[in-house]
Design a binder for this molecule. Structure first.
Ligand SMILES: [Zn+2]
Length: 808
């Protein structure tokens, strides 16, 4: 890229009767502008290719349930489902038996002839769609554990054993199982505003979560022969019936998560009497279940507000080492209101700490952690602290945490979320030491999973369809929470620069893709939307406006079910910024941001003074002539006109760049024709730089230019994305400067997710890297190996001889 120099020629309009000084100067400015804009007019994008076209045709038509503003409307409805469940845990067979009564309230304006129930455990049945559609593992490099998993999955007796489905009078109901779903046919249609209740009796084996990565399961500890159980998707749950898709009964294939209805739960959990149970909701019978000492500690935690052990590490150790495991059981009773699911965990290994935390003035919730001694010393230090931090930060950016408890449990599942409770995996080494990675993984995963209380447990998006609506928004908030944990969080998702290699990769799908069809799951549904929201917040809208709009979206859809359009529309509605181009580019395409410097031109005003302009032109001509190879080689050759001088004439001496009296006269006349304002403009000694920028990645983006001048001073020009409106490939920007520009850098603070920064500079920079020199290892040949073996056995014989002689 060369800097090119140009001189601007100003012309005054001739004899305009209406002209006055003001007008003329306006004309002059328009003249300059037109001159530059002529350079800028490129190919207008076609209607289809216009990145700023509004996204109406991509979104559903707004109605009185879902308004054009993105808010729920006066006709918004959702079903309500209450559960009363009795479940018992068999610690010898790793099995659950349950009996549940479901009360279903039809708030829709439609009559329902049948209901659909989700049987998620059927995913683990040997003949499930999930099992049958698994591709073969790569046997060339399989680990021991990998092979054990393969064999386990083929032999595990998974899936529900549905014993009975009965109406409220105890009569059997007709059902039809379809993979992980079950249809229940009703005697009479369930009319709008009416209620029905029915019961299901079921059993299923609990999966070994070490051998089959699932969202729940058990972990067995060989050392003390005890278990940790994390129970999720453990009971038949109602499928959702919605205004936008009817019954959401897409099969559960393992990846696309859950679409659920809000309701109230009463759950009675019967477990071995020495187990500690953690669950969604509040414990209803602590006086019966906990010891006097434990109840006292609980009261003390309320009083002090400090993190307090309800079961301390020594007590947990004692229980797990007890050889005579109790035969009797205890029944823990929990109640939870307005939740969309229920999960729990049980173990005799659990340490239990609790903090009655004030996360906003006058607002409190229990932050509690349950973990085995294997998780120490990491967990008592960081788990509950991470929960309270999440309650503080998420409440600030969205709405106050509305539930009474928030729990983090350590067990076999690395990270999985449920209302009020989540499962988190990271643990230290056996000797109690840990890497920085493990520590950050624990803090990060607890923030993330507790954060899921907001998205999707309360802002109840359809996870089976859209992974990004909970994972993307939650990863973004996790990023904000980590930023307020410590300066410079070392790794993680959310920064624009962290998503650039994914966005320029070839195996992408748009963010707006169904869960099961996504490639590169984590990048697509977590990192990219989180980075996108940071670009919106920092670069496109600004923090204040963004935070206002995001809070508005969150509160609008609290305890309701938003769709993507509701998010897109709410963010525009509340920020007052047209973001259609942003949603289209970032969420509906796989284009990436790659903005490059193409050229830099310098224009200066032509003074029209022949004594200035002509010598300048001469200088330039001589500069070029001096470089001419052929001319310089021709110079020594004898020339005819020198031998034969009568062949010379006027033109052999004439130089059009010599200043003549007529040039000067013309110049003076021109000066006389100018108004004072025009004279001022003509004498303007500014540098007009035209910066040409190219859009290589295709995604339109704001352009940030960091400009360095000859005196070392720097300036930033922030250009909105709309610069690409008329030409999506190349645009030119005018910068008027007093000093010479010495350097330009695009996106100097790495805020736009530019995928190739090598082309961001003027003048261009060499692409630097370091390469390593390898020293080749000498390989031993088979003869050498045989010789080595011989020597080794000789040595061993000598050693034996020495030992036996030493004994004598
Ligand atoms: Zn998540």
């Amino acid at each position: 890229m060369q800097k090119q120099h140009y001189r601007i020629s100003l012309t005054a309009p001739e004899n305009d009767p209406s002209s006055n000084t003001m007008k003329q100067s306006v004309y002059l400015f328009i003249g300059i502008t037109l001159y530059f804009s002529k350079l800028c007019i490129g190919q207008l994008p076609s209607y289809e290719d216009d990145p700023f076209r509004q996204i109406h045709e991509l979104l559903p038509t707004p109605n009185e349930s879902r308004l054009a503003s993105g808010a729920p409307g006066p006709n918004y409805w959702q079903q309500k489902v209450d559960y009363d469940i009795k479940v018992s845990l068999d610690d010898t067979k790793q099995r659950l038996k349950g009996y549940e009564t479901i009360s279903y309230k039809n708030n829709s304006p439609h009559s329902l002839k049948y209901l659909w129930l989700q049987l998620d455990q059927n995913r683990f049945a040997p003949e499930s769609d999930e099992a049958l559609t698994q591709e073969a593992p790569n046997l060339d490099g399989i680990s021991f554990n990998g092979l054990r998993s393969q064999l386990y999955r083929q032999s595990f007796d998974g899936g529900y054993k549905i014993k009975k489905v009965m109406d409220s009078k105890g009569n059997p109901l007709k059902t039809q199982t379809v993979g992980t779903m079950m249809r229940i046919d009703l005697e009479k249609p369930l009319h709008p505003k009416s209620k029905i209740s029915f019961s299901v009796e079921w059993e299923h084996n609990i999966i070994d979560a070490d051998l089959n990565r699932a969202r729940g399961g058990y972990e067995f500890f060989k050392k003390d022969k005890n278990y940790i159980y994390e129970l999720a998707q453990w009971f038949p749950r109602m499928a959702s019936y919605t205004d936008y898709t009817g019954w959401q009964h897409k099969q559960f294939l393992g990846r696309g998560e859950f679409t659920l209805e809000f309701g109230d739960y009463k759950v009675e959990i019967t477990a071995p009497s020495d187990n500690i149970v953690a669950a969604t909701g509040e414990l209803q019978n602590p006086q019966q279940i906990l010891t006097e000492e434990q109840n006292k500690r609980w009261e003390n935690a309320i009083k002090t507000g400090e993190t307090t052990f309800i079961v301390n590490p020594e007590e947990a150790k004692k229980t797990q080492e007890n050889k005579n495991k109790p035969k009797n059981t205890k029944t823990w009773i929990f109640k939870a209101e307005n939740v969309r699911d229920f999960a729990w965990a049980s173990s005799r290994k659990f340490i239990w700490d609790a903090k009655y935390h004030e996360f906003a003035p006058g607002k409190r919730a229990w932050a509690m952690s349950f973990y085995p001694n294997e998780a120490e010393p990491l967990w008592s230090k960081y788990s509950t602290a991470s929960i309270t931090h999440t309650l503080d930060i998420y409440s600030k950016f969205t709405f106050d945490y509305p539930y009474p408890v928030a729990i983090s449990v350590n067990g076999p599942v690395f990270g999985m979320e449920y209302p009020m409770i989540c499962f988190n995996g990271p643990r230290p080494e056996e000797d109690g030491t840990y890497s920085e990675g493990t520590k950050n993984a624990l803090i990060g995963v607890v923030i993330h999973e507790v954060g899921h209380n907001w998205f999707p447990m309360i802002v109840n998006s359809d996870e089976r369809q859209w992974t990004w609506m909970d994972e993307g928004l939650n990863t973004f908030l996790q990023f904000l929470a980590q930023a307020e944990w410590q300066q410079k969080w070392s790794s993680g998702r959310g920064k624009p620069k962290s998503i650039t290699s994914y966005m320029s990769s070839s195996t992408q799908r748009p963010i707006m893709t169904n869960s099961e069809s996504i490639h590169q799951f984590g990048n697509n549904a977590y990192s990219k939307p989180a980075a996108a929201l940071n670009v919106l917040r920092e670069t496109v809208i600004g923090r204040d406006l963004f935070d206002f709009a995001f809070k508005e979206y969150s509160t609008r859809w609290m305890f309701k079910r938003p769709e993507p359009a509701d998010f897109f529309r709410s963010m525009e509605d509340a920020s007052g910024v047209d973001l259609d181009w942003f949603w289209r580019g970032w969420f509906y395409t796989t284009k990436n941001v790659d903005v490059a410097m193409k050229s830099l031109r310098l224009y200066q005003i032509d003074t029209k003074d022949p004594d200035i302009e002509k010598p300048l032109k001469k200088e330039k001509r001589e500069e070029i002539d001096a470089k001419d190879l052929i001319d310089s080689r021709n110079e020594p050759l004898p020339k005819l006109v020198e031998k034969n001088r009568e062949l010379l004439d006027f033109y052999n001496k004439f130089d059009p760049l010599d200043v003549t009296e007529s040039d000067r006269r013309e110049y003076n006349e021109f000066l006389k024709s100018l108004e004072p304002e025009e004279l001022k403009l003509l004498s303007l000694r500014r540098k007009f730089y035209v910066i040409e920028i190219e859009n290589i990645g295709g995604l339109v983006s704001p352009v940030i230019l960091d400009i360095t001048y000859a005196d070392g001073k720097r300036g930033t020009v922030r250009i909105p994305a709309e610069i690409w409106k008329r030409n999506t490939k190349t645009v030119k920007k005018l910068v008027v400067a007093k000093k010479e520009i010495t350097q330009i850098e695009i996106d100097p603070m790495l805020e736009t997710a530019d995928t190739d920064r090598n082309n961001n500079y003027w003048p261009p920079r060499p692409i630097e890297s370091r390469f390593q020199l390898q020293k080749r290892k000498k390989e031993t040949n088979p003869m050498q190996k045989a010789k080595e073996e011989e020597n080794r056995s000789k040595e061993q014989k000598n050693e034996k001889k020495k030992k036996s002689s030493g004994k004598d």
